[in-house]
Design a protein. Sequence first.
Lengths: 486, 476
Amino acid sequence: MYRAKSILQLKKLFEEGVITKEEAFLQANHLAHLLQEDYNSFVTILDNVKIKDTDNILSGIPYSLKDNFSTSGILTTSSSNILKDYVPVYDATVYKKLKKAGASLVGKTVLDELAMGGTGTTGHTGAVKNIYDKERMMGGSSAGSVASVALGIVPFSIGSDTGDSVRKPASYGGVVGFKPTYGLISRYGLFPFASSLDHVAIVTRNVHDAAIVTDVVKGFDPKDMVTFKSEEKLEEKLGNDIKGKKLFYIKEICGKDTYKDSNDKELLMVIDTFHELLDKARDKGFIIEEVSIDKILLEALYPAYMCISCAEATSNNANLTGISFGPRGKGDTIEEIIMDARTKGFSELIKRRFVLGSYILQKENQDKLFLNACRVRRLIVNKINELFKKYDGLILPCSGGVAPKFSDTTEKLSDRYLILENHLVMGNFGGFPSISIPFMKIDGLPVGVNITGRVKEDGLVLNVAEKIEELTGLKDIYSEVGDSNV
Amino acid sequence: MYKAIIGLEVHCELKTNSKNFSSAPNKFSTYPNEYVATVDLGLPGILPVINKEACRKALLTAMALNCTNPDVVLFDRKNYFYPDLPKGYQITQVTKPMGKNGYLDILLDGKVKRVLIHQLHLEEDTASLEHHQKYSLIDYNRSGVPLIEIVTEPCIESAEEAVIFLEDLRDLFLYLEVSDAKSNYGQMRCDVNISLKEENSDTLGTKVEMKNINAFNNVKAAIEYEIKRQSEILSSGGKVIQETRRIAEDGKTYAMREKVDAVDYKYFVEPNIPPVKLEKEYLEELRKSLPKLKLERYFKYIDVLKINEEDAKALVRERCVSDYFDKVLEKVNNLALAVNFMMGCVLSTLNKQEISINDLFIREDMLSELINYVDQGKLSLDHGKKIFFKALEEKVEPSKLIEKENLKQINNENELLDLIKRVMDENSEQVRQYVEEGNIHVYNFFVGQVMKASNRQANPNKSLEIIKEELERRKK
């Protein structure tokens, strides 16, 4: 009765007295435990909840929270050994708002260590497995958030998206991943990865639910200076007529003939299905055109992202020294103590990023690496903004294929990898509202399509996404493994 | 002979309600970790929020130091690991400091010397560390307190000059009311950079740095010791090492660490504080709110009011004293008398009681009134001062005291004449001495008797005139 129900469905069941809010929580808790061993969605599963009846739409709705949001009194590890016993003393703004709304926290979800990574394999409690195929990755970094929603444990989860950390795994998990405009949702209490790129993002199984959740958690927060006032209800924008709305896709990323020489069957399937979807959308009244962007600029996306994010991450994580919190290192001098804590606390991948970030920020490299990356970022954002004068949105496939296998070793410098697999970062560069929804399946494994729009036009992006969702036949899908009687 | 070239980096904690980037109170406490917010602990997920008042005070100080202000308020991160820095970086200003290329004029041996200011920037203070034998303790009360750093050009030439600059800078902070600038609370701290060069050479010598000196007399001692130490090294053919030294209680400096390469702080723009544009109107309003500063007031006092240099210096040291004095002057014609009361009564009281003029019971209007009593001859100077101290002690307005104690001087000539006649009738021998022998010494005798008989209320000058007339009359 509970499993895989949407927020609106659950609300109705509560109202009709078919299921109580306590029962909803208990069933979510039961599913969380049941599916934990196989998929590893959670760092912490909460076994108790105090149901608070409010008139908020999320009252009694179970949800999960990525384990990099500060939750007072609840272990928050950021999936890193350096925080493995860290219990925060304050609440992130998002968590506070959800608590006030009366939503029921089911658990804290696994991420790639410190949200740095796109595989879901690097958390200190082990890898998250793809909910459709345990041989495959869930993607990351919001791996557990996506898994918990895609398994039908909870109708929504709160994640964070710095490069594509919600939208990419959402694509691999067949769920909706929505990253609103930078500043629409407060980041206060989100453990920072790269502050200028970090967004709070929402995972749901349909677009409507994403709008509902965003409406509850958005708004100006005096504790986060980049937030802004937002009075309009996104949910009310849904259902608006989209006839004549203009979208574009980028030829160099997903043109019909861009990969005509490739023998990557999966990739060709994705491109074909994407263009079929565009045709269906045109039939509904969308105007969709192909736009060409300098390939050099697109190829610079990923390196620029790495430079900026590693640089900011090095500084943002410099508080993890084991001095005022976290495991205290051993040594005779303060340098030795800090070094010992950080050496033991971080995995090799993280250390590599810190070394990179530090190198990028060094006086002699800063202009060439960090500031040039910032320039590239500005060029790309300017280009997209220029196109947004003519178009209402950008539509692209989220990836060139389904979730990779754990054993997979793709060529990281191929066109597919460099551009097609990493373009979602454009949304972070410009702070654009950006949403991924499932649009096709290959052998039962989902692939997502992404829609990105103008800053502060989150309502329009959701509106468009919901219209596209109607065309895919993949709304509200979930992996039916485990207990189907719940 | 060698010449010293000194540059100063002065840190000053700003007076604000809350800390620079958090809502914790900005207060001094003897209890450790009393005023600490999550932001000041650098806990994961915290974000800085800009403090408008701290920005205002930093901009105002930069203006008073004749600096140019930036077009936007922007902060940068200075990255380094140290236990007193919980975030692992300090939020400071490198790209766009609150002030650039300014100066402060100071008075050196009666002449104006211009000390050039390289820049002024706003940043946050670190936590404070307390070192014990086997462990150290961290007190986060100071963590995140708004701090301005003022960097001078290397243009100061002696210990004396450095101290005068620091004193004037402290007075400036107090004039602007941006800080309490108490060096014993560490609210004002100073780093000294010093090098020696040959008298006629243009090449600077090797720079030695001395960090975190609180008391001004320690700055003086440190500089004097360094000049002596470095001179001895150079004149004996040695080389000064580039290093950081500390000053010990014996007034000598000791090597702390050798400076190999400058640390790379990997500065970059703080991404969590969006740039805030400084509107022209805002800056203009701020400029208008600048009070007249110490040196300007000093020159007005000596050049226009012709007050002597020493008194003028004392009167301008504190803005509230100078403001008080100016207000007193508005209602007084006799400037010399006003200065006399300020120096002899007001300032001496402030010094003795160690209070601020703002807490002085006698306000400007009361003092003006009292001075005017004296100026108009209604009260002797001596008496006026007595009234001042009595009024202060009893917390009664001087004019009321004059009334209450019936201390008003007898100026009425008929009243005085009656009194004098009575006194002369009682002392016929002294009248005889004048009438028959022309002994003018009896004048003072009669003045004394009149004062006694009038309970010291008779106007002595007027009494003397009438005594002279009455004695002449009796001659006939």
